[in-house]
Write a protein of this length. Structure first.
Length: 292
């Protein structure tokens, strides 16, 4: 008689000989280039409950080819540990770790649910009504009316405005922009470059809807401490802009207060020659003096 699968919401750390029937809804790999990596994933069962799973480098060699996002599996035997890391991708109290006796078999289980976004409301983020360290899904419209896009060295920052969805029977999707709620969002490195490439490709064709998954909510602790007790009307509003200036040095002006001087390229002895070839007292022929 086949064993009845365990439910994700029943995992409480009391046993590790689990049998789970699940779909991998999110799969990503972490680690430095040319070094060992580990796989992290989110799995969901028939009830729609989720749990975070980790396959470390020693086990990933065996299972990497078998793990695919959106595929369905029957999985057995994990180490069950507390989900108390710095950043958590699921609300579940525990997470699962692949071990030597873990078994993963791909199966045709199309009835399992696909990824379901669990969007956090802007008002909860702004009001501080969130669980610290829990990564969230969020959706919004890039609203450059409030703040222009800033970009420097693989970093960009923009404003998201809250939107509501209304899906009609004919399949048309209407976006309702709620300008009363805005969030400042930051993308780094590859995500920044992908976003900027998309902006350059699309131009001004219309509103850009952004979905962020596993996004970190960063508490504005420093800002709160600085302005604690200040009435809102007394807080100065400033716009900080980061920019890069690119130019060519055409001439360096030297005077009696200069911090540099023309010198021999070999002995670095000061010379009165500012331009042109000269022979230093050390015997070195110089095409031009160098600045020291």
């Amino acid at each position: 008689m086949a064993r009845i699968p365990d439910k994700i919401n029943s995992i409480d750390g009391s046993k590790e000989a689990l049998k789970l029937v699940v779909r991998i809804t999110d799969l990503w790999f972490v680690g430095t280039p040319n070094k060992s990596k580990q796989a992290k994933m989110v799995i969901v069962d028939f009830e729609g409950d989720q749990i975070h799973v980790v396959c470390k480098a020693d086990q990933l060699k065996c299972w990497k080819a078998n793990l695919k996002e959106n595929s369905t599996y029957v999985m057995h035997n994990f180490k069950v540990v507390k989900n108390d890391g710095q950043f958590r991708v699921c609300e579940h109290e525990y997470k699962l770790v692949f071990i030597g006796v873990t078994v993963v078999k791909e199966a045709d289980l199309h009835q399992l649910p696909f990824k379901e976004f669990r969007f956090v409301e802007f008002g909860n983020v702004v009001g501080g009504n969130f669980v610290a360290g829990l990564l969230v899904d969020i959706i919004g419209v890039v609203d450059q009316q409030f703040s222009p896009l800033l970009y420097i060295f693989g970093y960009c920052q923009f404003i998201l405005s809250w939107i509501l969805f209304a899906m009609l029977d004919d399949g048309y999707l209407y976006l309702i922009l709620m300008n009363g709620e805005v969030l400042s969002c930051t993308l780094w490195e590859n995500y920044c470059m992908q976003f900027l490439a998309y902006l350059n490709e699309c131009g001004n064709d219309g509103s850009i809807v952004i979905i962020l998954t596993h996004a970190r909510i960063k508490d504005a602790q420093e800002f709160r401490e600085r302005y604690f007790g200040f009435p809102l009307h007394s807080v100065p509003v400033k716009l900080d802009v980061v920019c890069v200036m690119v130019g060519t040095i055409s001439k360096i002006v030297m005077d009696s207060h200069s911090w540099c001087y023309p010198a021999c390229i070999q002995c670095h002895r000061k010379t009165d020659i500012e331009t042109g070839p000269f022979t230093c007292e050390c015997g070195k022929d110089n095409d031009q003096p160098v600045l020291r």
